[in-house]
Design a protein. Structure first.
Length: 156
């Protein structure tokens, strides 16, 4: 089970620049549904990559679904060489996205993000419009279900 509060606390306390996206963002925007992981879009600046490694290193991030024993080093070089990472940590599942399909990277999302309190921390939350664009672009069955509910939340 993912400890969403612990993951958000780690990221926020370390000063990691991120925008909350995915299922938790859907919940915060007002559509009740289950989610098993925390999804964030992170800034890819060298300083932020350092903060990510410092924040998450102690909870032993490893690739979710990778074969047992596959070497994986969670360091700045790995983050620099990759973009999107689906991880399992001691605090649960975490998806780190450098880019969100249909919307863009951290800078794009941060422009429209709203500040909100989640688990006692002030975080940037993907805007409802950007979340709708991201869900439409992803196109998975669960995203299409979210899409219908999210569109209903938009003021008319």
């Amino acid at each position: 089970m993912t400890n969403f509060g612990a993951l958000i606390r780690r990221l926020s306390s370390a000063g990691v620049e991120f925008v909350l996206i995915g299922g938790v963002a859907v919940l915060v925007h007002g559509h009740v549904r289950a989610t098993l992981d925390l999804d964030v879009c992170y800034a890819r600046t060298p300083e932020n990559l350092e903060r990510l490694v410092a924040a998450l290193g102690p909870i032993h991030p490893r690739l979710r679904g990778a074969p047992e024993g596959l070497p994986f080093f969670f360091d700045v070089q790995t983050l620099r060489n990759g973009l999107n990472f689906t991880l399992v940590t001691d605090d649960g599942d975490l998806d780190l996205l450098g880019e969100v399909t249909g919307v863009g990277g951290y800078a794009d999302l941060a422009l429209q993000a709203v500040s909100t309190e989640v688990y006692g921390f002030s975080v940037k939350l993907i805007s409802l419009d950007d979340l709708i664009r991201a869900k439409a672009a992803a196109g998975r069955p669960k995203d299409l279900l979210d899409l219908e509910a999210l569109r209903a939340l938009k003021p008319r």
